[in-house]
Design a protein around this ligand. Sequence first.
Ligand code: ZN
Length: 380
Amino acid sequence: MPAQTPALPDVVGLTQALVRYDTVNAQSPERACALHLAGLLEGGGLHVQAFEHAPGRTNLVATLTGRADRAPLCFTGHLDTVPLGAQPWSKAPFGGEIEDGRLYGRGSADMKGGIAAMVCAALELAPHAGRGPGLTLVLTASEESGCQGAQHLASCGDALGQAGAIVVGEPTGNYPLLGHRGALWLRARTTGVAAHGAMPHLGVNAVYKAANAVQKLAAFRFKVHRSEALGLPTLNVGTLHGGVNVNMVPDEAILEIDIRTLPEQGHQRVLHELRHCLGDDVELEPLLDLPGIYTDAAQPWVVSVFDLLASHLGERPQPRSAPYFTDASVLTPAFGGVPTVILGPGEAGMAHQTDEWCAIDSLCAARDIYVDLARRWGVA
Ligand SMILES: [Zn+2]
């Protein structure tokens, strides 16, 4: 009897299967969803390794081994999703229901659809891949809270292996984006001296110091030029908490600051500029530190990606960037600054929305694009 080749999963069915795993970040760990994918990938002949950075928080590195003289192409995506939000859903958020060409569910666009398309592409290529440079799938946990899964993989010896270029399957409507700004989140703390609210002259008010800091932050401007593709850096004060009782002089206040930077802005320098601006009254501590990434549109692999996408999109892509950060903030430097493109099914505007959906056509197109990209790399 001839050996049975396992049937290839279809991208729509696999997206549904992944959406049916609740992997809401920090509430529901990714392990079961990751093991589902590990089984499929192993069955298709890929070498799969699992790495957990916390109990149940499973990251996968799956490889189609190839020739040693050329680095593999890397496809990457994250398994976790954001929470459902406060608004009620009209579709079951973990149902994977299909209506009018749309597949509904939390993570359908951001980004289980992209992962399903990457996995289907890898399984389709696997039987023909032996003599090419290979393919690496990096499927991470805990991206939405700041890329902790990718950071764990980058710190685990040779877990990631090598890659010559990266495709991040975040929702872009299958339009290739060349990078994104970095994220530097800071916690700022002011302290004072507590006293009775009726005798404020006996205390030092930490809220007044924090309010003064907020004024300075509102007026703060970065000394950089606008980047054509990435725009300008931004700064936003997201939270401000201080004081315990109305009749006390508060002795502590905390604010949290979200800074989005251009790749050329070193975060140490940004921190130094802010410390100088805010003075000694404010302690600053980084909460998240992810650099921006950008690959030039003239980079030869990017040119070939644009050539390929021109036929899929019906027009040549323009150099554009993503509004959000991705695991590429960690993976691109970990692979030595390799060219990186963000490209996946689903519209960016759908990410994190109530009644999130991904178009079926977009899923099928993404799978075809990933197969074509891997073929151009020489994987099969
Ligand atoms: Zn995402």
